[in-house]
Design a protein around this ligand. Structure first.
Ligand code: AP5
Ligand code: MG
Length: 219
């Protein structure tokens, strides 16, 4: 049986940070739609160029291309035991598509930890974020600084700030989240899959809360 965990929460709440630790602890693969789009853009694929035109405005990439990209990723052999999904699904249509696609892999969404924090906290986190170029490891200049400024502790690669992290774009990303993604809170609550996690706690506390709920569904 495969295990699929969906990390739900607004931009900047810590989905990527937590997904990386959860993946290490559970052995499940971290699948981030945002990272996949960024990787495609780095490789200058048509999908990457299309996605970038939406990401730069803080808008969602259309459902059809997003769903196809995730389906392709989850079908790869390393996802056989399941995955930790970060940033997908982001609309009710994507959630329905995920349910159908997982049925094809003889699975379903097992758990939806919903990490939450207020917009003020989110903006402070996003504006201080630095990401590593090689593998997307995530830092924060105040809350989780690298040992050497500008360099990743894990692989030594250069750190950069995301282009969609300008205040105007972040504000739109939060608006789009409220309008298009937040209906998923009730959608998964109605299926008894939602577990609320206080995202304002320090990183290690959020990890602890997540591990205690995910251990019930994953090793
Ligand atoms: P995506 O890359 O998914 O961005 P996002 O959802 O806006 O979320 P972020 O990556 O900004 O935040 P996060 O929650 O991962 O936080 P992080 O761990 O980095 O999507 C980007 C774009 O791609 C979208 O706008 C859209 O255009 C497109 N897209 C992606 N998926 C799509 C989909 N399914 N459909 C359509 N379009 C899609 O943490 C943030 C910062 O806070 C870091 O600096 C971190 O160190 C720090 N931090 C984390 N936790 C804590 C804590 N507890 N205390 C203090 N600091 C913390
Ligand atoms: Mg992220």
């Amino acid at each position: 049986m495969s295990t699929y965990i969906v990390l739900l929460g607004p931009p900047g709440v810590g989905k990527g940070t937590q997904a990386k630790t959860l993946a290490e602890q559970t052995g499940l693969v971290h699948v981030s739609s945002g990272d996949l789009f960024r990787e495609n853009f780095k490789n200058q694929t048509e999908l990457g160029k299309l996605a970038k035109s939406y990401m730069d405005k803080g808008e969602l990439v259309p459902d059809d291309v997003t769903v196809a990209m995730i389906k392709d990723r989850l079908a790869r052999p390393d996802c056989k035991a399941g995955a930790i999904l970060d940033g997908f699904p982001r609309t009710p249509a994507q959630a329905e598509a995920l349910h159908k696609m997982l049925a094809g892999f003889k699975g379903d969404v097992d758990l939806v930890p919903f990490i939450n924090a207020d917009p003020k906290v989110l903006i402070e986190r996003i504006c201080g974020r630095w990401t590593c170029k090689a593998n997307g490891h995530i830092y924060h200049e105040k809350f989780n600084p690298p040992k050497v400024a500008g360099k990743c502790d894990i692989d030594g690669s250069e750190l950069y700030q995301r282009e969609d992290d300008k205040v105007e774009t972040v504000t739109n990303r939060i608006k789009v989240y409220i309008e298009q993604t937040s209906p998923l809170i009730d959608y998964y609550r109605a299926q008894n899959k939602l577990v609320e996690i206080d995202g304002t706690q320090p990183i290690e506390k959020v990890t602890g809360a997540l591990l205690s709920v995910t251990r019930k569904v994953a090793r």
